[in-house]
Design a protein around this ligand. Structure first.
Ligand code: WQD
Length: 330
């Protein structure tokens, strides 16, 4: 049985669908801090499969204990965590408490119940501002905000656990920029409160919830002056976790993989593609750069392609079309 922590979240819910559709049995938990029970029901509806789900919190070990007590878990995919860069700058201790201490709580339960395989949801922001792109997994790491630092700390904790227990198997998955939604429109990026990321803000502008989109700077050293990122369809990302699961079940020690497309798009590319494929206007105003933003983040996904037998298949039009399909009637 695979434990999916943070199952009700954006990437957790899409990965749960992929796991169930590939015949895996799963159990999940979430604290609904940045998600909703609707996502859990949608996963069950989409796959026609039921699975045990618990309301539990990483910072409360005893809330997680029934998950391990009542289910025979063979591996963990660990999504649960706070992920807003700006919020982490304002509330660093909340991020260290929840993400780092919470993951230590999870690992202690895994040890107690002899669960020794974990895929961890990490992020490309552990590369800081790379001197060149595309980025490979051996690039130096640095953190420019507490959120990214929590991810780096957790990567280090997992490496240390592998040093003390040779049977332990860890895959660190460094996501670039996940966007898009399942084609059904039943699950997608649905953060509680005001979104931080570009695509949900484009969607809210297209719906008229936001009057116009703020473009954070058009004076970057890029072809059109706006920031470039490696956007990856969340369903491709979910499929990457299935491939990673096969890897952790057949190996030990720590493996690190970039999950990206290797193709970069600018803010203007997203705005114009979104408008074109959805035939909808996205008004925007150019504002000063956002603190902490880097000009370009772009993956070299070759290691994941070669070693996991996984490659992103969906293109920017799919990402824009599916994002709008998820929000347009809500
Ligand atoms: C993308 C581009 C902005 C909003 C962050 C985290 C990363 C991961 C994904 C969690 C940048 C520009 C954005 C807006 C804009 N999070 N932008 N107007 O910052 O690359 O990555 O989210 O796992 O860890 O660091 O994503 O979507 O916020 O920004 O112009 O209203 O869009 O400047 O160039 P980012 P983003």
């Amino acid at each position: 049985m695979i434990l999916v922590t943070g199952l009700a979240g954006y990437i957790g819910s899409h990965t749960a669908v992929a796991l169930l559709n590939s015949g895996k049995s799963i159990v999940g938990f979430d604290n609904f801090y940045n998600s909703s029970p609707d996502a859990v029901n949608a996963v069950k509806k989409l796959t026609g499969k039921d699975f045990p789900f618990y309301v539990a919190d990483l910072t409360d070990v005893e809330s997680m204990r029934p998950v391990f007590e009542e289910n025979k878990i063979s591996a963990v995919i660990h999504f649960a965590g706070l992920k807003a860069v700006g919020e982490s700058v304002a509330k660093p201790l909340m991020y260290y408490q929840n993400n780092v201490s919470g993951t230590v709580n999870l690992l202690q339960l895994m040890m107690e119940y002899n669960v020794k395989r974990i895929a961890f949801s990490s992020t490309a922001t552990v590369y800081g501002e790379p001197k060149v792109v595309p980025i490979t997994e051996d690039f130096p790491n640095s953190a420019t905000n507490p959120y990214a630092r929590t991810k780096l700390f957790i990567e280090g904790i997992l490496k240390d656990v592998c040093k003390t227990d040779p049977e332990f198997s860890v895959v660190l998955l460094r996501y670039f920029n996940p966007i898009g939604a399942h084609e059904s429109g039943l699950i997608g990026e649905n953060p509680n409160g005001i979104p931080n990321n570009l695509m949900p803000r484009i969607c809210q502008t297209a719906k008229g919830i936001m009057k116009s989109l703020t473009v954070f700077g058009d004076d970057y050293p890029t072809p059109d002056g706006t920031g470039i990122r490696d956007y990856i369809h969340v369903c491709d990302l979910a499929e990457g976790h299935i491939a990673a699961l096969n890897k952790i079940q057949t190996s030990t020690g720590v493996q690190i993989y970039n999950l990206g497309t290797g193709v970069g798009y600018s803010v203007y590319d997203l705005i114009h593609t979104f408008s074109r494929v959805n035939e909808i206007n996205v008004p925007y105003v150019v504002c000063p750069r956002r603190a902490g933003d880097v000009p370009i983040l772009l993956s070299n996904p070759k290691k994941a392609n070669d070693e996991l037998g996984w490659i992103a298949k969906r293109d920017l039009e799919d990402m824009c079309r599916s994002s709008w399909n998820f929000v347009k009637d809500k």
